[in-house]
Design a protein around this ligand. Structure first.
Ligand code: SF4
Length: 334
């Protein structure tokens, strides 16, 4: 099936009634000719608007423990095999994590995600992060609190939930088939188990991945489908930003069009989930970033873990120029 054989109107109706795209349709979406991209984006916008209107949620990341991960993910500047020139530090103090939340709120964030480079936390780290969550929750009762701390047991997730965390991020990153090409120290199935533990603990799941690492179209489809079938509440979509000193440092494969088509696919396969434009959007989409909002309803500001990015003001201007609006919330208690 090629893109021109897709009945876009009918496809959108089916997606909105909860039907999953067929694989041949998903392939046609990813292979949409560039001259038809505007039609694909318009169709995707209908699905996006059905759940999120024209709102865009702002999220901020905090690199809470940097550059000391024992894992070997090829794309990551913080892995044990990375030679990247990045800051290296242990878990930040509770006071620093609270300060990060204040900065996030001041930057328009509705969600604050504390990220630690680690295989998974031990009891001490869980205690520490739970303490940070409690304090942040007390100061900003409505700020969405997320943690990205590697492989998690259900009991650990329960402790964090009791302390006020609402979300756990654990990305699938790519398809099950392609996973051994990007990481050998843990498996895709390990990641799925961690996600199931998070779900069992009653926390919301944030799980997406990265495109541009050398995967095939079917790998991209499998990733978007896996996020959907795991009922991920949030689905971050990263566009590989190759970092000097990592095995993927020379992987510049993405075009803005490819990124936009993938974003449409993620939205069409995850119609009611938050789909978030994540790392690499500035690098890979450049002037076409505004078109992402046809598919995504959420975005990071102030950069990523070890790469810079646009700040809130610049991103707000991007959102408004594209005809969308920043989602706002009053945070303070009382
Ligand atoms: S587990 Fe996370 S922090 Fe560690 S190398 Fe992989 S992506 Fe990087």
């Amino acid at each position: 099936m090629n893109f021109k054989e897709l009945d876009l109107k009918r496809m959108v109706e089916r997606v909105l009634t909860g039907e999953e795209l067929r694989r041949e349709e998903a392939r046609a979406v990813l292979n949409c000719p560039d001259e038809n991209l505007a039609q694909l984006l318009a169709a995707t916008l209908t699905v996006r608007e059905a759940s999120f209107g024209r709102r865009v949620k702002i999220c901020v990341l905090r690199n809470a423990q940097s550059g000391i991960c024992p894992e070997d993910c090829n794309y990551c500047s913080q892995s044990r095999i990375s030679q990247a020139d990045i800051p290296i530090y242990k878990l930040q103090s509770v006071a620093e994590l609270i300060e990060g939340a204040r900065l996030a709120v001041a930057s328009g964030a509705r969600r604050y995600c504390m990220v630690c480079s680690m295989r998974g936390p031990g009891a001490r780290e869980i205690e520490h992060l739970a303490q940070a969550c409690e304090s942040i929750r007390a100061e900003f009762p409505r700020l969405e609190l997320c943690l990205s701390i590697g492989l998690l047991e259900e009991q650990q997730a329960r402790q964090l939930k009791a302390a006020g965390a609402g979300w756990i991020n654990h990305n699938l990153n790519t398809s099950r088939r392609f996973y051994p090409e990007i990481c050998t120290t843990h498996s895709w199935d390990d990641r799925v188990r961690a996600i199931e533990n998070v779900r069992a603990a009653g926390l919301s799941v944030c799980s997406g991945g990265i495109i541009g690492m050398g995967e095939t179209d079917d790998d991209v489809i499998d990733l978007a489908l896996a996020a959907s079938r795991l009922r991920a509440d949030s689905v971050p979509l990263n566009f590989l930003h190759p970092i000097a000193g990592t095995p993927l440092e020379n992987s510049r494969r993405l075009t803005p069009q490819r990124c936009l088509k993938a974003a449409c696919l993620f939205r069409l396969l995850n119609p009611r989930s938050e789909v978030r434009a994540a790392g690499g959007r500035e690098l890979n989409l450049g002037e076409r970033q505004g078109e992402l909002f046809n598919a995504v309803n959420s975005i990071f500001v102030n950069g990523y873990l070890t790469t810079g990015g646009w700040n809130f003001d610049r991103t707000r201007e991007l959102i408004e120029r594209a005809g969308f609006e920043v989602e706002v919330e009053a945070y303070a208690a009382g």
